[in-house]
Design a protein around this ligand. Structure first.
Ligand code: F6P
Length: 531
């Protein structure tokens, strides 16, 4: 055990690459069938997870289970689901599952249920009084992506209140967030776990000033806060009965299940928030109970490990074939990259295999006309997670048929590919010069053999959305266990914030500032003293 590392860490966290279990897994992956020739669909909490075109074999399945056993997975999962210390560097639980449990676990049940009831009573009260037809939600990262994703997805055809989401410190964001709204009928929701985040605190002050300038006698009556730091919200001036809390054992990027979900209830009704939690709780049940070989988050995680560390894909593409899932990629970027973007293992040693992949993407079919060229013919390519709903909610059946057709076709093209030899005849039919035909065929060839997963939701309901997000949360957790890293901290975000605070002082002339590299010094000089 490395000096300084906490004693409750699973013993030992061996460097992964050198372990027999990893080498057996990697070997099995290399020997596995990647032809997509065998249908493999897992059912979980109403979702279908198709891994048919991913590497698969009975040997790989067994090696995956053996790898998990070697990494103490069962104990780690139990520790997570029972609120043990899963976030070792902050000495905290990561108990987001408790937030969505129908009957939350004993020692936190009271406060979880009480806060849930407070949020719902508050929304019902506003609904009954017909108060606030607009909401400006101010928050960033995990205090923004969740509510923004869910409201824009489930409220695509309209919401009970107009919701504006403001996150960026760029003043154009708050300006656009307030423009055209009637302050008399606007509620400002300030969401921040720490209640110290620069962007959120400054944007909140702007919104308050906007309320004051509108002559609102008591601007605080238009403000609520959602935070794990209620004392700071009270110091800011938010009335205690307008502060909704959650707890430090819920990570920011895992917090949409808490009072952070308030905007969802304001926009769509409390039943949407309840549905979201129920869907996630159903996935938690599956994750906790399903045998490993049928456990969708576990198998999605092992598939990702093979793609990342055996087949060497540096990234994974997320392709939600649903225009309503506009913010899903950003949500998953934070979830995956802030969780798995780590270079040291639980004991503080350098990792021995690359960890979290780059997560990128865009809703389909827009992605097809943006970067699918790269996915099909680029030298590396990337595994793709296609996400689609069986049923649409719009009145255009032909559109949905074409959406499904394109989604399935892109998967097939990535898998099957088309070699130049198969294209030559086709090209030659249009091209009289055989040499040119052969040359052109080489440009049109698709390498194929590119894996993808297909996640099918029955319909885009709150329940299915909750299940989908929980699926990815647990996938990330499993990968963290195998890589032997802590997926629940994010120390890497602090350094830039500290430097920004210093430079901000320099720009306002409140500090001299030294030790910058020439470029930073030059531009600080360029901006210093400017309005
Ligand atoms: O800087 C990253 C981060 O700390 C995220 O982890 C978090 O979700 C976000 O900033 C916002 O933090 P807060 O909710 O404390 O304002």
């Amino acid at each position: 055990m490395m000096e300084g590392a906490p004693t409750y860490l699973p013993n030992p966290v061996e460097p992964l690459a050198g372990t027999a279990a990893w080498q057996a897994f990697a070997e099995a992956a290399r020997r596995a069938d990647r032809s997509g020739g065998t249908l493999r669909v897992l059912e979980a909490a109403g979702l279908s997870v198709d891994l048919s075109t991913q590497a698969q074999s009975p040997e790989l399945l067994a090696a995956g289970s053996a790898l998990l056993a070697a990494r103490d997975f069962d104990a780690c999962r139990e520790r997570l689901l029972e609120g043990g210390i899963a976030n070792c560097t902050e000495n905290r639980a990561a108990w987001h599952t408790a937030l969505r449990a129908e009957e939350p676990p004993g020692r936190v049940a009271g406060r979880i249920v009480a806060e849930r009831d407070r949020v719902r009573a508050f929304v019902r009260h506003l609904d009954a009084e017909g108060r606030f037809h607009s909401v400006v939600h101010i928050g960033i990262g995990g205090s923004d992506w969740g509510p923004k994703l869910v409201v824009s997805a489930l409220g695509y055809a309209g919401t009970r209140r107009q919701l504006r989401f403001v996150s960026n410190i760029d003043g154009h964001a708050i300006e656009a967030g307030l423009i055209g709204l009637d302050p008399q009928h606007t509620l400002v929701v300030v969401s921040s776990k720490s209640f110290t985040t620069t962007e959120t605190m400054h944007n909140a002050q702007c919104a308050l000033q906007w309320l004051r300038e509108a002559g609102i006698a008591d601007p605080w009556s238009h403000v609520v806060a959602v935070t794990a730091n209620p004392e700071a919200a009270q110091r800011m001036g938010v009335a205690p009965d307008r502060i909704f809390t959650f707890w430090d054992w819920a990570g920011g990027r895992y917090s949409v299940w808490s009072a952070i979900g308030l905007p969802i209830a304001l926009a769509l009704g409390a039943e949407a928030l309840d549905g979201l939690l129920q869907g996630a709780a159903a996935m938690d049940e599956h994750f906790a109970q399903a045998p490993l070989e049928h456990n969708a988050p576990v198998q999605l995680a092992l598939t990702g490990l093979a793609n990342r560390n055996v087949f060497g894909y540096p990234s994974v593409n997320i392709a939600p074939y649903d225009a309503r899932l506009l913010h899903l990629v950003s949500y998953l970027q934070q979830l995956e990259m802030e969780s798995l973007g780590k270079s040291v293992d639980l004991e503080g040693r350098p990792v021995t295999l690359p960890t979290g992949p780059i997560v990128w993407g865009m809703p389909g079919t827009d992605g097809q006309h943006t970067f699918f060229q790269w996915l099909h013919q680029g030298p590396e390519g990337a595994p793709v997670d296609f996400i689609i709903c069986r049923e649409a909610d719009h009145p255009y059946p032909e559109h949905h048929r074409l959406l499904v057709a394109n989604c399935l076709a892109q998967r097939e093209a990535l898998l099957r590919g088309k070699p130049a030899s198969a294209l030559e005849a086709e090209v030659a039919a249009k091209e009289s010069d055989p040499a040119r035909a052969a040359w052109l065929a080489r440009h049109k060839a698709h390498p194929g053999g590119r894996p993808s997963s297909l996640i099918v939701l029955p319909r885009l309901t709150a329940h299915a959305m909750g299940a989908l997000l929980a699926l990815y949360e647990h996938k990330v957790f499993v990968q963290g266990v195998v890589w032997g890293i802590n997926p629940f901290d994010q120390w890497g975000v602090e350094y830039g914030k500290v430097l920004a605070t210093g430079i901000a002082k320099e720009l306002s002339g409140d500090a001299a500032g030294e030790g910058h590299d020439p470029s930073t010094a030059y531009w600080v000089g360029q901006w210093r003293g400017r309005k």
